[in-house]
Design a protein around this ligand. Structure first.
Ligand SMILES: [Zn+2]
Length: 343
């Protein structure tokens, strides 16, 4: 019995040698690496590592269990392969590609917007494209070093489908206005809503906003005045380096009434370093508003405030070059351009 097994092994080895010599080995290598549920070993571990590079976090246990199957299926779906959970030649080929995506710069894009959309840092995009400053020209193709599977419009497919919000089109809205409001793009909106012509929207129409998690209240201006420094990249007036300005600076004489932009609850009121005497109001659903550089604070943490209520007197405290209110809106901790959200 043992001898028979021995002989069978020898025959197999010889057959293998013949095939190697005959140049058929590459096919055998590929065939041997077809992986499916239930398998274990170094190949499965390698698969799990590759999937990890694409943003599918898996335990590297070398066991092709249900979680690995789910990740393979999600990957196959994202790559438009046959979704069977079996790792064959095509799936290996796709896994071997570098997880980057090419993005053609469109009107309204900025490195900040792209970094947010693709979930990578601004520095990573600058490095990948040898950019020396943040200026990007419309039409330029950028390599985005994403570690996630993304569609052509930048929607992440790696994690679960992004939370979506329905937005009702208002009179005067256009696709580009809505895209700018939500830090998304017109193609992304068109795809999410299967719009054949995104330039033809009607008031009242409901649109799904891809990736949007917040739910903005209607705001009023905290003070009226000239905007001395807009939202976005700027050379810092004091530090003289390039910084992202997460708010708008509204010029207001010291002592001007600063009003709550919407109903909410005060979650911070006090000295906030460079932001000076500041107030933060929580409006629910992940939305907060920030008011900086005040001279006096008139509300306390925990207090409920109504839209238009006076919460502070403006000033010039913290790092500031003149009397103004630094007004910010954040959604889930990230700033958005307040101008798009103010009447
Ligand atoms: Zn500011």
């Amino acid at each position: 019995m043992a001898r028979t097994a021995q002989r069978a092994r020898t025959v197999t080895l010889c057959l293998l040698c013949t095939l190697i010599v005959g140049g058929i080995m590459p096919d055998i290598t590929v065939a041997a690496r077809v992986l499916k549920q239930g398998m274990t070993g170094a190949d499965v571990r390698e698969l799990q590592e590759r999937l990890g590079e694409w943003g599918y976090a898996l335990q590297l246990d070398g066991k092709f269990g249900p979680l690995t199957v789910a990740a393979v299926k999600a990957f196959q779906k994202a790559c438009q392969l046959k979704v069977d959970g079996i790792v064959g030649t095509q799936t290996w080929t796709e896994l071997g590609k570098s997880p980057t995506v090419t993005h053609t710069v469109q009107r309204g894009d900025s490195l900040y917007v792209l970094a947010r959309r693709y979930g990578v840092s601004i520095e990573a995009i600058m490095d990948a494209n040898d950019l020396t400053d943040e200026i990007i020209i419309i039409g330029r193709q950028l390599t985005i070093p994403t570690r996630q599977v993304v569609t052509a419009t930048g929607q992440s497919l790696a994690a679960e489908a992004p939370p979506e919000q329905v937005y009702q089109v208002r009179p005067g809205d256009s696709a580009s206005v809505i895209a700018r409001k939500f830090n998304t793009s017109v193609p992304a909106l068109a795809e999410a809503n299967r719009l054949s012509d995104p330039n033809r929207l009607r008031a009242g129409q409901k649109l799904i906003i891809p990736g949007w998690q917040g739910n903005m209240p209607r705001f009023v201006w905290p003070v009226r005045g000239r905007i001395s420094s807009p939202y976005g990249w700027r050379v810092h007036p004091i530090y003289k380096n390039r910084q992202f300005h997460g708010g708008i600076d509204i010029v207001a004489p010291v002592g001007t009434s600063v009003r709550a932009a919407a109903n909410g609850k005060v979650i911070r009121s006090g000295y906030m370093g460079a932001f000076g005497h500041g107030v933060v109001i929580d409006h629910g659903r992940g939305v907060t508003t920030w008011y900086g550089h005040n001279s006096r604070l008139l509300v306390k943490v925990g207090e409920k405030v109504r839209q238009g209520q006076i919460i502070a007197r403006s000033g010039n405290t913290g790092v500031s070059t003149g009397p103004h209110v630094d007004f910010r809106i954040k959604v889930d901790g990230e700033t958005v351009n307040p101008v798009h959200w103010l009447p």
